[in-house]
Design a protein around this ligand. Structure first.
Ligand code: CRA
Length: 828
């Protein structure tokens, strides 16, 4: 660390000014300076991407101002901090959101117009970082937004994947994956910190020795080592603090293979370098069986190890002792992906800093908190003992030690052998493996689910034994969404109307939307409301036509199902409904059907056979219906490829109906459900995840409910479920099902959709047939309600104004109070 009095004096005397509310002239000047001298471009050669980069660089400076001001505040207050560990982030485009948070969107638009440039065109240039799969990654980004806005001293740690989630295209109606090259045109938002770099070890063996004080000393002798370098992206809150998202990128340690190098085997040395850099090359698309994937475990340990080393560095830099590490830092584990951190912190404290085991364990347990995001058995992470022991031999020993102490405790408390083997961190039925959720639970002081229902099920099913042992450890934090991005930024029409009526308070307190209640019945307000929705639908219609060639009619009901494609989310139940409408129309029984456009979007994991076939089914149904003049005035179907945050921002504002139709008990929370309602869509849904709470908030009348409850699902399965019987008894359903294998969807190929047909008739694990009739009836109710446009508008308004609870600001406040116990410090 260099001491430079002059610079320090300058810094303290010229307190960094605010980055907010800049003037048109300031913006213009910075933009042009970045273009000319930051990028070295002259007007004759500058491209749209140069304009985008120049503006991004200018904006980044202002965001950093807010960040620097925040750091000063935190240092002064000596606050307790939060490190959010997440293997995934989906920030979405940064530029528009930062302009909004700096309150300079309008001024920037004017500044650029003076230069004959169009802000919207420049915004369009941004390629978003696709560093996540879906809900979990997007949630992490919403949380960074709210942590910044609320002034939580915090940092988000993750992985800088060179290739993020694949881009989805359609080939002959099937999903085809294309590599995501988000860094191709550079990334103006990040700053590399070559001096914030840590070494991470892998493999090898351990040596156990007693030192002169007869204390056991364990030495890990790895067989390879790589370096992780920090890349920082500043994240700005709304007219508030800046925080850092710090992503680690792997690189080889040059000197590692000196032997080979010196022997003249230059190529082998470089080859090895390339291999170690593989660690952060690509994000794993989820839903596949990841348990054997060595590189995935390497990614997890790599980013955890870098992050912990960094947090400890920050702690020691402030002259503190490790004994009170937990009093200064909270580390939140976003699912089990970073849960190896429990063993890693123990290793650092015990092996490197010579702390006694018991004290280290006390510090560790009080540092971590764990959020569970899923009950799906196939998604609960387990690592084979064999693999983990080979990659992380010392961690395996530590996990065994944690486990043996834990199980001893249980024995002392007279737990049964059966219970003890259920709770063990090691599952030794079959190939021995480590239950990462157990490791995270034992190593944390709080465990939370992501909706009231999910947290309840977590306690009564997956972690039941633990919840009985430590009831106070378990809590709920219902998910929330960044309402500034998903309403203020992406639905400017609606945001404007709201602000005109009730002022800007809702931007920082979403529950202020309740002040609109008096307008819910006001006819002229309803009309304005409807006009805004219509304009949003026109915009989406244009985009869909451009991307797919299908032209929708914005006066139709826009019925939208966007999310990852997964059987439990039941996109194929929606398809059965569409086919039932099609057949009704064909049979001349369709007079009650309201003209509807069905819009689907979402990626399937590349190795997920059924999900990919469901996409093909949707596109086949779309081809059939859109090209049939007998029905295509009333029905249109479209699959919008490559769903992303950027696309989502155009989709939610244009929705009339939000499909949230997972089998009850499977969707931990959902967050798309919140974004739809926030933009005035009504929901058709089951009592699953956060749907339950959304329905509570918006009122039963304003939510189309159908389907079995979680308890009924369990009972149905217990009693022995026979989907074939339902098929036999329900004529309409039978007609729809048989249509799947009639060949009419597939140019005569009767086998194409047979896997779906067979699966539903023989197993139907997600109870589509069981919920079918109830869904059809609820949809009929939707179509009836749509015919009364005033009533629909009223319900839409009531949805939006009751969304206060679902801001991620509320979620983060809950985390602060219940789990992190941190004070917020806001700079303005
Ligand atoms: N797939 C859940 O399934 C939830 C998000 C965020 C998920 C969603 O219902 O809204 O997390 N679970 O909490 C998950 O990723 C590993 O588990 C998701 O995105």
């Amino acid at each position: 660390k260099t001491q430079n009095k002059n610079i320090e004096d300058y810094f303290t005397s010229s307190k960094p000014g605010s980055g907010l509310d800049l003037s048109k002239e300031e913006i213009k000047k910075s933009f042009l300076e970045k273009l000319f001298y930051g990028l070295g471009r002259i007007p004759t050669v500058a491209t749209d991407n140069d304009y985008y980069s120049a503006l991004a660089l200018a904006v980044r400076d202002w965001v950093f101002r807010q960040y620097v001001r925040s750091l000063e505040e935190y240092a002064e207050q000596d606050s307790r901090g939060v490190a959010y560990l997440s293997a995934e982030y989906l920030p979405g485009p940064h530029l528009g959101n930062n302009l909004l948070n700096l309150s300079i969107t309008k001024t920037t638009r004017e500044a650029l117009a003076d230069l004959d440039l169009d802000l919207d065109k420049i915004l369009e240039q941004e390629v978003e970082p696709g560093l996540g799969n879906g809900g979990l990654g997007r949630l992490a980004s919403c949380y960074l937004d709210s942590m910044a806005t609320l002034g939580v001293p915090s940092i988000g740690y993750g992985i800088r994947y060179e290739f993020g989630i694949f881009n989805q295209t359609l080939k002959d109606g099937w999903q085809a994956e294309v590599t995501d090259k988000w860094l191709h045109y550079g990334n103006p938002w990040e700053v590399v910190r070559p001096e914030i770099a840590f070494e991470v070890k892998f493999g090898g063996y351990t040596e156990h020795k007693y030192d002169s004080n007869n204390k056991l000393q364990v030495n890990w002798i790895p067989d390879s080592e790589i370096r992780g370098t920090a890349y920082d992206t500043p994240i700005l809150g709304y007219r508030s603090n800046g925080i850092i998202m710090r992503l680690w990128s792997a690189e080889a340690i040059e000197s590692f293979d000196f032997a080979a190098y010196n022997m003249g085997d230059y190529y082998r040395a470089v080859e090895k370098k390339m291999r170690s850099e593989n660690i952060t090359k690509v994000l794993y698309p989820n839903d596949e069986n990841l348990s054997g994937k060595e590189l995935r475990l390497k990614q997890q340990y790599f980013f955890v190890s870098c992050s912990l080393q960094d947090i400890i560095r920050l702690h020691l830099l402030q002259g503190r002792e490790l004994e009170n590490f937990h009093e200064k830092f909270n580390i939140q584990l976003n699912d089990t992906h970073p849960s190896i951190a429990v063993a890693e912190l123990m290793r650092i404290l015990v092996d490197i800093h010579q702390m006694e085991w018991d004290e280290a364990w006390h510090v560790t347990r009080h540092t971590f908190a764990y959020t569970n995001h899923t009950l799906l058995p196939e998604a609960l992470e387990k690592w084979s003992v064999n693999l983990l022991g080979r990659l992380l031999p010392r961690h395996l020993e530590i996990i065994y030690e944690i486990n043996s102490r834990f199980l001893n405790e249980l024995r002392k408390q007279n737990f049964s052998t059966e219970q003890i083997s259920r709770m063990s961190l090691i599952d030794d039925r079959g190939e021995p493996s480590i239950r990462m959720a157990h490791l995270a639970t034992v190593g944390s002081h709080k465990v939370n689910g992501v909706s009231a229902l999910h947290s309840r099920l977590l306690k009564s099913m997956v972690l039941q034994d633990f919840a009985e042992l430590w009831p106070e450890k378990f809590t709920n934090v219902t998910n929330g969404v960044a309402h500034r991005r998903f309403l203020a930024l992406s639905n400017p029409g609606l945001a404007d109307l709201i602000t005109r009526k009730i002022g800007k308070e809702w931007l920082t307190d979403l529950s202020a939307l309740r002040n609109l209640e008096k307008f819910a019945d006001d006819k002229s307000f309803q009309e304005e409301w409807r006009n805004i929705k219509f304009k949003n639908k026109e915009r989406l219609t244009a985009l869909i036509e451009e991307r797919t060639g299908v032209k929708l009619d914005p006066s139709m009901l826009f019925d939208i199902h966007v999310k990852r494609i997964h059987e439990y989310k039941r996109q194929h139940l929606k398809v059965l409904h569409i086919l039932s409408l099609y057949l009704r129309l064909k049979n001349g029984k369709g007079k009650d059907i309201s003209p509807t456009s069905f819009i689907f979007g979402g990626k399937a994991a590349p190795g997920y056979f059924m999900a990919k076939r469901i996409i093909k089914l949707i596109t086949a149904v779309a081809d059939l219906i859109n090209n049939d003049p007998e029905v295509n005035k009333k029905l249109k179907v479209v699959f919008l490829p490559n769903f992303s945050v950027k696309l989502a921002q155009q989709v939610y504002p244009a929705a009339d109906l939000s499909e949230q139709i997972s089998m009850a008990g499977k969707e931990a929370s959902g967050t798309g459900n919140m974004k739809f309602s926030l933009n005035g869509a009504l929901t058709i849904g089951t009592l699953d995840g956060a749907n339950v709470e959304i329905r509570e908030e918006v009122g039963e009348k304003n939510f189309f409910l159908f389907g079995l409850t979680t308890e009924e699902v369990q009972e149905t399965k217990k009693a022995g479920y026979h989907p074939y019987r339902i098929y036999e008894q329900n004529n309409d359903l039978r007609e729809v099902m048989d249509f799947l294998i009639s060949g009419k969807l597939s140019k005569g190929d009767k086998e194409l959709f047979r896997p779906i047909y067979d699966n539903l008739l023989q197993q139907d694990p997600y109870l589509l047939l069981k919920d079918y009739q109830s869904y059809i009836e609820a949809m009929d109710e939707v179509h009836k309600t749509w015919k009364d446009q005033n009533e629909w508008a009223k319900r839409s308004i009531l949805n939006v104004i009751n969304m206060g609870k679902f801001s991620s600001d509320r979620s983060i406040s809950d985390y602060c109070e219940d789990i992190w116990k941190v004070e917020t410090v806001k700079v303005v």
